[in-house]
Structures are given as structure tokens and as C-alpha cells.
Design a protein around this ligand. Sequence first.
Ligand SMILES: Nc1nc2c(c(=O)[nH]1)N[C@H]1C(S)=C(S)[C@@H](COP(=O)(O)O)O[C@H]1N2
Ligand SMILES: [Mo]
Length: 232
Amino acid sequence: PARRAFLRGGASLGALTFLTGCDIIDSDAAEGALRRISRFNDRAQAWLFNPNKLAPTYPESAITRPFPFNGHYPESEAPEIAAEGYELEVGGLIDNKESWTLDRLYALPQESQITRLICVEGWSAIGSWQGVQLSEFLKRLGADTRAKYVWFQCAEGYSNTIDMASALHPQSQLTFKFDNQILPRKYGFPMKCRIPTKLGFKNPKYITAMHVTNKDLGGYWEDRGYNWFSVL
Ligand SMILES: Nc1nc2c(c(=O)[nH]1)N[C@H]1C(S)=C(S)[C@@H](COP(=O)(O)O)O[C@H]1N2
Ligand SMILES: [Mo]
């Protein structure tokens, strides 16, 4: 039974003690065991991830207003990026390494989604986002989609590494607008990546660079012990 509970993604304290042979309130040993279990969960979740399963979508009337801001700092300290001079740097395992100005990005075919953002801190909110499908953008870059990861660098030092299957998921979006308006500063101007199949912290805002890679370059919260895969 402990094993089954474990595979459902949540191990009880008792099960953890049973599995790891260490007292959970105690020590570095427990911390190390938790990290190993977390990595195990990441692998299990990657195997279980169904690239065709869609996140739920909602009507306009369900949009949360005002939509919350979140970051590891107060809203007043959110990066302020000037549209003029902004360029998205692209690199790694792609054919076309030319940077993207906002004009070029805005000219890409766009689609819309009304989905729920779920934060590990214990809140969720429904938002409306518009942008280009990440898979379509990767295609235009001539990306090697057999590569394992897509890595995002953000203006204030935040970062994320996303597995390629999730990057290619039909609802994963390079997002330029919130509620049909140019993305406001608090939601990540000029660009965020919306991945409704993943927790909020796997949705980078203020993106300045994107690389296709076979190397796991980690991320801000991942490096601090959060589950890497963080699927919903
Ligand atoms: N660049 C950057 N992106 C980020 C964060 C951040 O601190 N910096 N926080 C993440 C977290 S934890 C959440 S829940 C969402 C919040 O997005 P919102 O401000 O649009 O609600 O952004 C994610 N992306
Ligand atoms: Mo979050």
C-alpha cells in the first residue's frame, strides 16, 4: 500500500519513513531522501504525461478579475522591459539563430486560451492569454524537436527548463497578450510562456532568451528543490 500511495504522487509521512528508513522530522538524510523521491516523481510524471490530454478551458465569464500577480518579489519590483530595442535571443539546437524583435513576434499566427494557472503557494486563477503556439514557434526556428529540453531565461534572473513533450503540447503558448491586451508588466511584458499543463512556476515571464538543449539547465525554483516536472 505504501508503494501505491507513493505512485499516486503523495507519500504519507509513515510511508516515507517506511520507504526511506529515516525519520522525516530529522536531518539531512530525510532531505536527501525527499529529493530522491522528488526526482523519482519527476521521472514517473514524465512517463505518465499524455501529450494529447488537454488542460480544461473556460468561458470568458470565468476569468478571475483582477488576475493575481506573483513573483519571488513584490509587484513594484517586477522587471520593466522597454519594447524598443527588445529582442528575444534564440539558441541551441535550432537552425535559425536570428533574434526576434517584437514586431516580428507579433506578426506570428496567434491563438487564444482561457485556462487556469495553479500556483504551488495554494491559489489558482483563470486567465485569458493570446500568443503563438510554442510548437509553431519551434518549427519556425528549425528546432531539433528530438532534443530533450527547452530552456527559458528571464530578465530578472528567473529561469525554467521544460521537457520537449510539454513544449510541443498543443496548449503550450509563447504569450504576448493577456485578455486581448498587450501583456502588462505585472504578467510578464513583453512575453511569457503559458503552459497550462504545468504549475505556475513552470510558466516563465519576462523572457529574454530561449534555447533548445539536451542539457537540463534547471530553473529558479527547480534549483531550490521543487519538482522539476510539475505537471498538473
Ligand atoms: N520571470 C518570472 N517568471 C515567473 C515567476 C517569477 O518570479 N519570475 N513566478 C512564477 C510563479 S511562481 C507563478 S505562480 C506565475 C505567476 O504568474 P502571474 O503573475 O501572471 O499570476 O509566474 C511564474 N513565472
Ligand atoms: Mo507560483
